[in-house]
Design a protein around this ligand. Structure first.
Ligand code: GDP
Ligand code: MG
Length: 424
């Protein structure tokens, strides 16, 4: 079984939590895109973990984790992430972590360029996480990056790096007038943070293809949601990678295979980190109450997340581009304090009501059309069967299912591993 677990919305839907829950059904968990620009929070019997780069299966013994060719990896960050997990007793070795020889290395100068550009943009900034992701993907397509496999030929790698740095300094020193990047510093960095990973590097295509042939089940874990996809998201306020399920097997290393199943993770309300259009956004006290109730602060950056009611228009679009075959609806319990629950049922663009998700300037100009559903005003975190939920909570789930055309398979009512309802 090849299963994709992907975000339907703007990210932070609770993908890490669902992957952690479902990962015992899989032999292998793969990350296929992105870098350390987002975070998954997983709470289990070992404690609370924030994973930025590592696949969530790393927290289960016996699960093999793959970081695929579609990823961009800041090795210093990975080094720190692994050290923090090891402190809490998580076992990580080349046996359970395999890094693609084709994955791109995110260097300190990518982080630097991300910061220089955001600072230059000032109040026109993109709201980048400043982790170097856009610069490193840009360099990948310019064919001027180092890949994990280059570690096997460190001397050759160093001479390529010298050429790259000469080119980079045209921009860093020439353009931004910043301190030029020094080759020795970058070589030191690679020696300290990259070489320790040499034994983890392998051909993930070969590994995964063999795993498929042996009948192993494989999960593909997305970071960020559909609306952050470089092609289909809210461009230019997207990430720089393909976050959608159709890219999963490519980014993991087995482009010759197709997913059997796509589980879309969809939040019972909306959140968005950073700049860009967010039509269903709530403001003031109403927003603060929801942010508090949902603990909506970024896992990677600690930034307060923008919040809003469930967005039917955006979610239906997300379900479509992901090709979701089933849905996990998360954080339903967060809405328990509301007497009336706001749902954004349509957009108004240029005075016309629409249920189609717009792009570009039309999206910037879209206004939300809100309807209100009755709340249930009671604690639902103990519900384990659909029938345990109060009537209004069941109605809310039914409403979302109908409005989006989603097939809701799981309803999550808490952050803990077993706080969920399996619908069928
Ligand atoms: P991800 O990036 O999609 O993995 O999501 P994040 O980890 O950034 O944000 C989701 C947050 O909500 C985490 O702190 C989770 O522990 C928490 N969470 C996930 N599912 C639920 C749920 O059903 N109820 C509540 N109350 N919290 C949840
Ligand atoms: Mg997140």
């Amino acid at each position: 079984m090849l299963t994709g677990i992907v975000g339907i919305n703007w990210g932070d839907e609770g993908k890490g939590r669902m992957v952690d829950l479902l990962s015992d059904r899989y032999d292998v968990v793969c990350r296929y895109q992105g870098g350390n620009n987002a975070g998954h929070t997983v709470v289990n019997d070992k404690g609370k973990f924030v994973l930025n780069l590592l696949p969530s299966g790393i927290l289960r013994s016996g699960t093999v984790n793959v970081m695929g060719p579609g990823m961009v990896i800041d090795l210093k960050h990975l080094y720190g992430e692994i050290a923090r997990l090891k402190e809490k007793g998580v076992d990580i070795s080349p046996e359970n972590l395999k890094i693609s020889d084709k994955a791109t290395i995110c260097m300190p100068y990518h982080v630097l360029l991300d910061c220089l550009e955001e600072d230059r943009l000032a109040d026109k900034k993109f709201g980048s996480t400043r982790r170097g992701i856009a610069p490193v993907y840009a360099d990948k397509y310019m064919k001027k990056t180092l890949r994990m496999g280059d570690l096997m030929h460190f001397e050759t790698m160093k001479s390529r790096l010298a050429d790259i740095i000469e080119w980079k300094n045209l921009m860093v020193a020439g353009g931004y007038k910043a301190e030029p990047i020094k080759l020795e510093d970058m070589v030191d960095w690679l020696e300290t943070y990259a070489l320790p990973f040499k034994d983890y590097v392998c051909d993930t295509t070969e590994y995964l293809e063999q795993a498929v042939k042996e009948g192993k089940s494989i999960m593909f874990e997305a970071q960020l949601g559909a609306l952050r996809d470089i092609d289909f998201g809210i461009y230019p306020y997207t990430s720089s990678s393909s976050t959608i399920a159709a890219y999963a097997t490519i980014g993991a290393g087995i482009p010759e295979r197709k997913l059997d199943e796509v589980i879309g993770i969809m939040k019972a309300y909306s959140t968005c980190v950073g700049e860009g259009p967010f039509t269903c956004e709530m403001f003031g006290d109403e927003a603060e109450a929801l942010r508090q109730a949902g603990g909506e602060y970024g896992a990677a950056t600690g930034r307060p997340r923008r919040v809003g009611g469930f967005d039917v228009v955006a979610s239906r679009y997300g379900i479509t581009v992901q090709g979701a075959t089933s849905i996990a609806l998360t954080k339903l319990d967060v809405l328990s304090y509301m007497k009336k629950i706001p749902v954004c049922v349509a957009y108004e663009v240029d005075g016309k009501k629409t249920d189609k998700f717009p792009h570009g300037t039309d999206l910037d100009n879209a206004k939300p059309v809100y309807e209100y559903l009755d709340g249930w005003c009671s604690d639902i975190s103990g519900a384990r069967k659909f029938s345990d939920l109060p009537e209004n909570a069941r109605k809310y789930v039914g409403y979302i299912e109908k409005a989006t055309g989603a097939k809701i398979k799981y309803v999550s009512v808490g952050a803990d591993r077993d706080s969920y309802i399996e619908m069928y």
